[in-house]
Each structure stands twice: as structure tokens, then as C-alpha cells.
Design a protein around this ligand. Structure first.
Ligand code: PEP
Ligand code: MN
Length: 644
């Protein structure tokens, strides 16, 4: 049983709760769970939960039906997000850890770190102490190996994770490692768990080859009970009758654990399958099944590896895997954590965008809508759960907030894969020349029909949403021709209006997150016409001046590789062709071309163009110069890192 204490509980009240529990035969422990202070109570004591729940200073009581408590979803419903230095694990992101099985030399770990970092890994793995099945096999370089690894992690900006095989090494390792790994063979080494948990450092807990999910979660409980809040589970294959693969990857453990526990879960496809060619398919399956990330063995020359060479990926294979994960992530509503996201404040300090005026605003990201809006989900994906946000009531409000400095960044949708461009936002870029695009992000949109707890589809007569919501659910709405459609500024506002009015005949089309945020019921999910429904959002910031921004900050790794332009050409044969020819001759790929009427000039058009940038800013600047000379009106909306 978990007793969650109120914030600011007095010492006296806390003592009274402790005495109350002890008097009734419980053994108790003080713990911290997420942001809450809790008392964990175990034993066969008898208690009236209602009586306990109303004691002064008691926020709520969670009676868990599982033998583990701190690890259970019943005691904490929100997903735990584990922080390791600048890296986060859990929530709406896929975190990839990569590195060799074992640290073999200073050069080998450094070379591997550089390669995996280049492909987008955010943490470095590697064994300094190796638990090998044979006593004659390479046992690792020990503390010296860990020192090499720390140096490689520091040089590449990646936190490190390494296995601790014995309580005896734990204290010395604690000074060097950012995260401990408990290996599969040691999952039930309870003395080791107690010792390591007590450091309070993040721990990656591998599942034992023959451990049940319950045993695994009980081991996590040991770590949490010993004092750490940051436990990440890792499925790495279990022993079955099948011998083709090294182990059998228990894919179903991922959704099972997600239901039972709030802890993040990673998958180690390398030890699970043990065959290099099968690692990437298993890794992708893990992501599809809901894993929060991966830990993958990569070696610059696997054939020369001192351990686990046959399952280690070549760096090129890892690069390919990362690209595939990036493409898959939006399907499961996540974003591949490419590099630890810089805080918005540090982004502002780079290049051409300007810091907002007041100090608080330096962290804020503006979006249009109410809590649960798709734009809010997009900003959480780009800037993290803790990003301070500013909800405004229109797209124009987002531009205004960024322009007047009340927010450092804005998140605005520009295009949907089913319904096309959001012209209102494109038009705003022309009206706000001081605002530039500095990043982009694609969010998979799964629409739901959302209503009051008491309503059902049969009773609905009015449906509210943003016009894009209606357009993306055309087929579903066509089946209900009698429904009256009411347009709102955004989808979450539609949901909020129903919650406010308590209307039972009105439904909204919006995301599940919005339903949760406003305490409403999902009447039907997945009502978009096609499941391949993505909205492209752009991150906007204020420019210093109207000049072409040199290299605007990128929220991904590496320099910008995409730019958005708007131009018009003279009304004569070949004028658009002349512009396209410049792109063709310079090998610049056109990824979008759309024409829009120019307001106030009937039958004249602006061209909206997205281009992929070649390597080297010099070529790009020349291209822009040449293109400008062929156009009548020219706007550079910004350059940024393309999202797949
Ligand atoms: C490892 O990750 O290096 C390792 C030995 O894994 P496991 O404990 O899962 O076998
Ligand atoms: Mn290994």
C-alpha cells in the first residue's frame, strides 16, 4: 500500500500517519515517487482505507493488488520519465543507447562513440566488467575500461551506462558512470540491487533470461525501495525451447509492462536475437510495440570484437536502423530523440533569432488552442514535457506572442497529409516578416469522436472541430449526414466547450489527449479517413532583421537541410520555368510546390516552395541570390532541419 502525503505536510501529521500504520501492524518506509512524498506500507496489517485517507496530511491512498508497489501503475498512473544528464527516457520519445558489448581499448570506445553519435545515439553503452558464461572469455578492462568510456562519453556529449557485476565495485563505478546497468544474470542479485539502488542514480534493469514479468518488477521494486527513483526496465530476450536465436525476444512483455508499471521500458535486440542480420527487424518491432527506446550493440569492426561480435551492428547498419526508427516513430506517436534537446533559451542565443524581452518568456513556447491540442503535443515532442507553454486562442496569437516577446518560440501547423496546406498560417508568414521557421516536426494525427460521459454516438446531433478535423474525417462524417458541423478555432477548444457546457448531444473531433485533459469520453477512435494522417508543424522564432538568416538554430542534429520560400514571378511565358531551372541545375530538390492567390490581386499567384538544401551554405546562398533575381516578390520563410 502507498500513502501519498500532501505537499507541505507538517512533521507532526507525518508522524501521526506513521504511528497509525505501525500500530496496525505495517512495516513502513519513506519514499519519493515522482514528485510525491509517500509512505510505503507492507505487511499483513488491517486498515480502513477510508479512515486512513482522511488523516491530516494524507493526499490519497493507493492499495496495490500487486506484490510490487512503487513500481506499479496503480501507485502512479503517469509514465515516469527518467533523466540521465541531458537525456530523457520515457514519455513521447524514443531514446537510443548504442555502443560496443565491451570496452576493448581507449581508441575502440572513442571510435564507436563518434560513429554512433553521428547516427543519432544519445547515450553510450559498453561493458567494463563483463559477466561471461565462460571463465576463459574476455572479462573486460575493469575500472580502466570505465575511465576510457567516461572520456569517450564526455568527448561526444553522451552520458554513459555500464554494467555493475558486484556490490564490491559499485562505489568506485558510481564516481564515473551516469547510469548503472544491472545485467540479466544479476537481476535477482538482491544485495547488488540494494547497494546500487541506494546511490539514487538511474539504473537500467535487464530482465533475467528466465524471469517472469512479476519477478522482474519485484527486482525494480528492490531498486526503488533502496532509494533511486529512476529505474528503466530492459527486455533482452528470455530463454525458451527455440535455439535458432540466442534468446526469444518477448515482444508482448512491452505492452504488458506498460500496463503494470509506470517505468519506462527499453529493448535490447542485440542480446535478444544474437544474430546481426536479425537485430534491426527486432528493434523496429520493439518500437512498434511501444518500447521507449533501445540499447544496441555496435562495433566499428564486429569481426574483431572481443565479445558479442556476431550480434554487433556495423556502424552503417546502425545508421540505417536509426533512419528507419525516425520514420516509424510518428506512427506510434513518438519522436526519435536525435540529440538532447537544447533548452529553448540556449537555442535563442544561436544565430539569427532574437531572445524575447522578459526573462520568463525565454522558456515559453506558444501554441493555439486549449490544453490537449495537437499543437501542444507537438511542442511537448519538440521541447519536452517540462517546456513552459503559452496557450493563445488563434494562430495569429501565436505569431503575436513570438513577435512581442511573450514567447521564445511558437508551434504552428502548416500542412496535413490528408487535407493539405493550412493557408491561414502560410498567410501569416507574409504578414509577419520578422518571424522565421526554425524547425519542423511531423505528428501522427489519430482523431476521436469525443463526448460527455453520458452521451453515445446515437444521441449526437452536433459535431464541433477545426475545419481541418472535419476534412480529415470526411468519410466518417459522410456516414452521418444529419449531423450539424460547427467550426471551432482548434480541436481542443471544441472539446473544452463540451466539457464546459456538459452537452450530451454535442461531440468533438479531436485527439485522445484532449479528451483526457478535459475529462470527456472517447466515443470512437481512429475516425480519420486514412491512418496515414500526419500534420507538419513548424517551430517559429523572431528574426533579428529581415535579412536571410545565416544558419538558424536547428532542433535536430546537424545544419539545416530544408528551406521554405514564397515568391511570385512576372506574368510572361517561362518565368516559373526559369526559377525551376535554377533549382534543377544546382541539384536542389523541390519537395513542395503550391500556388496561392495573392490577396488583392485577382488571378495573380504566389508560389510556396520547400527545397532540400545541398551540403554547404555557400551554394545555398548563391542559389537564393540567383532565384531572387528571377522573381518579382520573394520571401525567405526560414531554413531548418527536416523531419522525416
Ligand atoms: C550487456 O548488455 O552487455 C549484457 C551482458 O547483457 P545481458 O545482461 O542482457 O546479457
Ligand atoms: Mn554483449
Amino acid at each position: 500500500m502507498i500513502v501519498v502525503l500532501s505537499k507541505g505536510i507538517s512533521t507532526h501529521d507525518r508522524e501521526m500517519v506513521r504511528i497509525y500504520l505501525k500500530d496496525r501492524g505495517f512495516s513502513i518506509r519513506d519514499q519519493v515517487l515522482g514528485d510525491d512524498e509517500v509512505i510505503g506500507a507492507t505487511g499483513k496489517g488491517m486498515v480502513d482505507l477510508r479512515e486512513l485517507g482522511i488523516l491530516p496530511g494524507v493526499e490519497r491512498v493507493a492499495a496495490t493488488s500487486k506484490p510490487y508497489e512503487l513500481a506499479s501503475r496503480e501507485s502512479k498512473s503517469a509514465d515516469t520519465i527518467v533523466t540521465v544528464g541531458p537525456v530523457k527516457i520515457g514519455g513521447a520519445r524514443i531514446t537510443v543507447i548504442a555502443g560496443p558489448c565491451a570496452v576493448e581499448s581507449k581508441e575502440q570506445i572513442m571510435e564507436t562513440a563518434l560513429r554512433v553519435r553521428e547516427s543519432g545515439a544519445v547515450m553510450l553503452r559498453g561493458g567494463a566488467y563483463k559477466p561471461r558464461s565462460s571463465p576463459y572469455a574476455f572479462q573486460g578492462l575493469g575500472m580502466q575500461g570505465l575511465e576510457f568510456m567516461k572520456a569517450a562519453g564526455e568527448a561526444t556529449g553522451m552520458p554513459i551506462v555500464t554494467e555493475v557485476v558486484s556490490p564490491e565495485f559499485a562505489a568506485a563505478m558510481n564516481d564515473l558512470t551516469d547510469m548503472f546497468q544491472i545485467g540479466a544474470r544479476n537481476m535477482q542479485n538482491f544485495e547488488l540491487l540494494k547497494k546500487v539502488g541506494a546511490f539514487g542514480k538511474p539504473v537500467l534493469l535487464k530482465r533475467g533470461p528466465s524471469a517472469t514479468i512479476e519477478e522482474w518488477l519485484l527486482s525494480a521494486e528492490y531498486l526503488l525501495a533502496a532509494g533511486t527513483r529512476d529505474v528503466v526496465l530492459c527486455e533482452r530476450g528470455i530463454r525458451t525451447f527455440e535455439t535458432y536465436t540466442r534468446n526469444t525476444l518477448d515482444i508482448s512483455a512491452i505492452p504488458v509492462v506498460k500496463g503494470l508499471s509506470h517505468l519506462p521500458i527499453l529493448v535490447d535486440p542485440s542480446h535478444a536475437v544474437g544474430i546481426r542480420a536479425k537485430v534491426s527487424p527486432a528493434a523496429l518491432a520493439a518500437v512498434a510495440a511501444g518500447a521507449d527506446g533501445l540499447t544496441v550493440e555496435v562495433h566499428p569492426r564486429p569481426d574483431e570484437a572481443l565479445s558479442d561480435g556476431p550480434q554487433s551492428l556495423f556502424p552503417e547498419q546502425f545508421e540505417r536502423l536509426m533512419r528507419d526508427i525516425e520514420a516509424l516513430a510518428p506512427v506510434v506517436g513518438k519522436e526519435l530523440l536525435r540529440t538532447p534537446k537544447p533548452s529553448p533559451v540556449s537555442v535563442v542565443s544561436i544565430g539569427a533569432v532574437q531572445a524575447p524581452s522578459d526573462k520568463d518568456a525565454g522558456n515559453r513556447v506558444a501554441f493555439s488552442g486549449e490544453s490537449g491540442a495537437y499543437a501542444e503535443q507537438a511542442l511537448v515532442r519538440a521541447f519536452g514535457e517540462d517546456a513552459p507553454r503559452l496557450a493563445v486562442s488563434s494562430f495569429r496569437g501565436v505569431f503575436d506572442a513570438v513577435l512581442d516577446g511573450s514567447a521564445a518560440f511558437g508551434m504552428a501547423p502548416v500542412e496535413n497529409s490528408l487535407a493539405g496546406s493550412i493557408h491561414e498560417v502560410y498567410d501569416l508568414f507574409l504578414r509577419y516578416p520578422d518571424i522565421a521557421m526554425v524547425g519542423e516536426l511531423k505528428l501522427r494525427i489519430v482523431h476521436c469522436l469525443i463526448g460527455d460521459e453520458k452521451s453515445s454516438i446515437e444521441n449526437i446531433s452536433i459535431v464541433r472541430s477545426h475545419p481541418q478535423g472535419f476534412a480529415q474525417c470526411r468519410d466518417f462524417l459522410d456516414k452521418h449526414p444529419d449531423w450539424q458541423l460547427e467550426a471551432c478555432n482548434d480541436t481542443a477548444t471544441a472539446v473544452a466547450s463540451i466539457a464546459r457546457e456538459g452537452a450530451t448531444k454535442v461531440a468533438a473531433i479531436a485527439g485522445e489527449v484532449a479528451a483526457k485533459a478535459h475529462g470527456l469520453k472517447v466515443l470512437k477512435t481512429g475516425i480519420e479517413t486514412n491512418p496515414l494522417n500526419y500534420t507538419r508543424f513548424v517551430i517559429i522564432a523572431r528574426r533579428n532583421n529581415n535579412e536571410l538568416a545565416p544558419v538558424p538554430p536547428s532542433l535536430g542534429s546537424g545544419p539545416p537541410n530544408k528551406a521554405s520560400l514564397v515568391f511570385s514571378v512576372s506574368d510572361e511565358p517561362g518565368s516559373l520555368f526559369a526559377c525551376l531551372r535554377i533549382m534543377s541545375e544546382r541539384g536542389i530538390n523541390l519537395s513542395k510546390l503550391e500556388s496561392r492567390p495573392i490577396q488583392g490581386k485577382p488571378w495573380e499567384y504566389l508560389f510556396y516552395v520547400d527545397v532540400t538544401l545541398p551540403e554547404g551554405a555557400g551554394i545555398f546562398n548563391e542559389f537564393i541570390g540567383e532565384l531572387k533575381s528571377k522573381t518579382r516578390e520573394f520571401h525567405f520563410l526560414g531554413s531548418y532541419r527536416a523531419s522525416l
